[in-house]
Design a protein around this ligand. Sequence first.
Ligand code: SF4
Length: 206
Amino acid sequence: MAEPRYPLLSLSRLRMGIDGPGVTTLIAGAGCPLQCRWCINRKLLREVTAEPVTAEVLYERVRIDDLYFRASGGGVCFGGGEALLHADFIRRFRALCPSEWLVGAETSLSVAPELVRIAAGAVDFFLVDCKDMNADIYRRYTGGDAALMKENLRLLLDAVGPERVTVRVPLIPQYSTSADQSRNVETLKGMGVTKLDCFEYVIKEE
Ligand code: SF4
């Protein structure tokens, strides 16, 4: 089988408190199955040609911050785009990097369940952007299927436990209300989610 490559868009080093514990390098990759109306990366995902890198090449580039990762309890976080599209690659990368590093993934969970299973065995923490738990709002805002996201969230919680899963619950201007956001929180708690991050999208019109 061909070695998986990651469509690297950018590396963002020395981040604190945004993409997981400690000092983190955000590894942004191309590709996403959704089409969110307020996506801040849409232009980037559409226009920038990604650089396909092997796990070895990526590891060489991020290990410059090894000391910061170890000292702070941090590591790397795969984002983008949809990180779990590259679950095979992340598994390979995890096998290369020191066990002291944390490896995170930002995901909408709008991917094939098999990719969630692979990621569950390789990723230390998941930052899930659920968008909305209501199927109509979800479809209007993302073009995707909320049922798939919910199925994958159940799968992930069963596989790794709630401690390793943070669900971001946005209030989406023009698509959801604070009442929707509160309902989403209750639904997620009912599913066993314990780490919730509620916030409101800040929209910059193009
Ligand atoms: S899931 Fe994220 S990257 Fe994909 S379209 Fe939505 S906001 Fe953009």
